[in-house]
Design a protein around this ligand. Structure first.
Ligand SMILES: Cc1cc2nc3c(=O)[nH]c(=O)nc-3n(C[C@H](O)[C@H](O)[C@H](O)COP(=O)(O)O)c2cc1C
Length: 254
């Protein structure tokens, strides 16, 4: 999927940091590809490299660039999932504002049936991680999380000092779509405020399987966690380019 130009690589390790799959490593001062690892073609390695030493084999001729002075397009294109966070959480007021603004998101029949749980502070977030991983160890759920954790990476929350969770009743009109729409608005608002984020799909998977974790998160019976967002200040993970994406696959019907 990618190639690395050793002559241009300065061994800064940023591409290794940007790769959530452990596909890259530093060896004798240069980045290199690790065998038997999977690349998910997210393009983070090329987008983070200050020396343009990483080339994506799937790169398109033309990249999508934001229209000049269009702040929303810039935000949509420059937003990245970040996996390394500083330990201090963003101010509560910033999170609260984003959550309150998300109440203005569209919601079927204006129900807004979803509720939020915020794990605020590293200690609290890590306590939840311990519980979730303990469940995975006992049951075999999301087994890969434990393997990756043993190698030093916590893909459940990426050690984010704040984890925002949206949950809703199973019998809500739109139990999944409404909270997901709202969460994406939260993500963009936080990104615009300088707070980095990453969706937590693994956390949803584990909470679906573990009623005790749901109880710990204050999610009542008959409700489920619909989406989770890690949030915090990025720690040496700054993207300088936009990774390529394939054009939209559209069935135009006129
Ligand atoms: C529903 C959903 C669940 C995700 N779950 C995780 C997760 O559990 N852990 C993680 O590190 N990244 C997770 N991601 C982030 C994706 O891997 C990321 O969006 C993708 O690689 C593209 O990178 P980008 O967001 O920077 O464009 C998730 C993204 C979405 C939309």
């Amino acid at each position: 999927m990618i190639s690395i130009d050793r002559a241009s690589c300065v061994g800064c390790g940023l591409c290794v940091r940007g790769c959530s799959m452990g596909y890259l490593r530093l060896n004798e001062g240069h980045a290199e590809i690790r065998e038997r690892r999977r690349c998910i073609a997210c393009g983070h390695c090329a987008a983070i490299c200050p020396k343009r030493a990483v080339t994506l084999r799937y790169e398109r001729e033309e990249d999508f660039t934001p229209a000049p002075e269009n702040e929303l397009e810039r935000l949509l294109l420059m937003r990245r999932s970040v996996r390394h966070f500083k330990p201090e959480p963003p101010p509560r007021a910033v999170i609260e504002r984003a959550l309150n603004l998300a109440e203005y998101a569209p919601s079927g029949k204006n129900y807004h049936a979803h509720r939020w749980t915020v794990l605020y502070g590293l200690e609290r977030a890590n306590e939840m991680v311990e519980r979730a991983l303990d469940f995975c160890a006992r049951t075999g759920e999301a087994r890969e999380l434990l393997k990756i954790k043993a190698a030093g990476t916590n893909l459940l929350t990426c050690d984010a000092p704040c984890v925002i969770i949206a949950w809703s009743p199973d019998d809500a009109l739109n139990p999944v779509v409404d909270p997901v729409v709202a969460m994406e608005q939260v993500e963009l608002m936080l990104n615009q405020a300088g707070v980095s984020t990453c969706w937590g799909g693994y956390l949803r998977q584990v909470s679906d399987a573990d009623p005790e974790l749901r109880a710990y998160l204050g999610i009542p019976e008959g409700c489920h966690l619909r989406c989770a967002l890690m949030a915090g200040y990025a720690d040496r993970e700054k993207y300088v380019r936009i990774p390529p994406r394939t054009p939209a696959k559209v069935n135009w019907m006129e």
